[in-house]
Design a protein around this ligand. Structure first.
Ligand code: 5AD
Ligand code: SF4
Length: 472
């Protein structure tokens, strides 16, 4: 902590990749704030710059090195003025590359993985003394215990919607994926700890919580009495929190989509009708080579059950095209499954070989131009589906959580229950509230709406059925 009277130290944190990194960055901000740092919006004047990195695809990792190139120049300039800003690399690239990072980017002072950021204050003391620090262990339990609670409510009060990590790591070992190596084995936080954190968020004005985990539906927390809690149990417990209006969870694996969790989509009124359930490919041979442990038809059965439980549920997915050995016919199987599902939204990627993962060693790599062409076909279809889903909500009145300032003066931005982004003509005073909104116009990626009928009290969001006639 700096002595009173001296100027406050400043820190800038840039987050790459998934929502779990966004959550981790917020927790680092909390930790630094409690250490006397001020969090600022640009790297230029910062005493500490942290890049919280993503290693999932090559492009994501390369972005980090370009940014480090720019930061090196900024650091050299600052040194001519007698300042010595520290550059830290956190997250999954840090975990995967460790020492190598400092060799490749010597301006970096500090490299630490996703499981040790609670030690940041000690690491900073060492880095400030001139040591090049590399910390990439996996003591998960210790991290959540060691993070400060008190500041969380302060920094998170920025928004009405917040993330809460309940589970980390992955034991699935899909053959394309680095997560089991960078985030480590599966670990679930205790329900008490999660309910505590959720309560603090709600007390700070949060009304929507998205539970996060690389395999969130594999959640299996144990309470103080030694009892096990799965995700539907946890969702039930959280739904009892007064003032909490909406619950979401991401990302799920089809193998862990139990009947009990599917039933929660029917029975838990606070659980929003949206599910991100990645399939990756529509071809069984590829799913097997990916080690996904399910077939395309098993996935479709899960969706049928979900739609029986909650007819208007919006479905989202991740897809990989050009996995090693993928034939034209296998790619077409992916297009067919997309056609049969009717996605509300989706993410799709060209396969990117990740060092250390089994698929990267395959000698059946698909040529880049083929991957690019397949991705373009798939994205075209997915875009059309998203637009169709959005158009289906035109003229419908939906409860919208207005959680951000809008694009234009006099507008607020928010999310429908189906996670559609929407701009609404609404006064600033309604920021953070849930309002009934009539969707006036649907675009491919977002909606525009007007206020229609007032505020929606917590726990009374209306259920509607939109998907009729949309799926084929
Ligand atoms: N190449 C391309 N996409 C990948 N993903 C994960 N690993 C890779 C890879 N090596 C995608 C998957 C996953 C999402 C988070 O990123 O679709 O669900
Ligand atoms: Fe990666 Fe598969 Fe685990 Fe998801 S389930 S994090 S894709 S290994």
């Amino acid at each position: 902590m700096k002595p009173t009277g001296s100027p406050r130290k400043t820190a800038f944190i840039r987050s790459y990749g998934c929502q779990m990194n966004v959550y981790d960055s917020e927790r680092m901000a909390d930790l630094l704030t409690s250490e006397g740092y001020e969090i600022i919006d640009a790297p230029g004047d910062a005493d500490l710059v942290i890049l919280n990195t993503c290693h999932i695809r090559e492009k994501a990792a390369e972005k980090v090195y370009s940014e480090l190139g720019r930061l090196r120049i900024g650091k050299a300039h600052a040194q001519t003025e007698g300042r010595n800003p520290l550059i830290a690399v956190a997250g999954c690239v840090a975990q995967a590359e460790g020492e190598e990072m400092i060799r490749r980017a010597p301006a970096v002072d500090l490299v630490f993985g996703p499981q040790v950021y609670h030690r940041l204050p000690q690491l900073l003391v060492r880095a400030s003394a001139g040591e090049k620090v590399v910390e990439t262990e996996f003591p998960t339990e210790e991290k959540f215990d060691a993070l400060p609670n008190d500041r969380r409510s302060v920094t998170s009060a920025r928004a009405a919607s917040a993330f809460l990590t309940i589970q980390e790591g992955c034991d699935k070992f899909c053959t394309f994926c680095v997560v089991p190596y960078t985030r480590g084995a599966e670990f679930s936080r205790s329900p008490e700890e999660i309910v505590d954190e959720a309560g603090r968020l709600v007390a700070a004005g949060v009304s929507e919580i998205t539970l996060l985990g690389q395999n969130v539906n594999a959640y299996h927390g144990v309470d103080g009495a030694g009892r096990g809690h799965d995700l539907p149990d946890l969702l039930d417990t959280l739904a009892d929190i007064d003032g909490l209006a909406r619950l979401r969870y991401t990302t799920s694996h089809p193998r862990d989509m139990t009947q009990k969790l599917i039933a929660a989509h029917r029975d838990n009124d606070k659980l929003m009708p949206y599910l991100h359930l990645p399939i990756q490919s529509g071809a069984d041979r590829i799913l097997d080579a990916m080690n996904r442990k399910h077939t395309a038809s098993e996935y479709l059965t899960i969706l049928a059950d979900l739609r029986a439980a909650r007819p208007d549920i919006a479905i989202s997915s991740d897809f990989i095209v050009g996995f090693p050995g993928e034939t034209e016919a296998e790619f077409e199987a992916t297009l067919r499954i997309v056609e049969s599902v009717g996605y509300a939204q989706a993410y799709s990627f060209k396969y990117s070989p990740r060092p250390g993962t089994p698929a990267a060693d395959s000698d059946a790599q698909v040529p880049e131009p083929v991957k690019a062409e397949r991705l373009a076909w798939l994205q075209d279809l997915l875009e059309r589906q998203q637009f169709a889903f959005n158009r289906n909500t035109e003229n419908v009145v939906l409860p919208v959580l207005l959680d951000r300032v809008g694009r234009m003066d006099g507008q607020l931005a928010g999310r429908t229950p189906y996670l559609q982004a929407i701009q609404v003509d609404a006064p600033m005073a309604l920021l953070g509230t849930i309002q009934q909104v009539r969707v006036e116009k649907a675009g491919p990626h977002s909606l525009f709406g007007v206020l229609a009928g007032g505020a929606v009290p917590v726990n009374t969001e209306t259920r509607i059925t939109l998907l009729e006639g949309m799926t084929s």
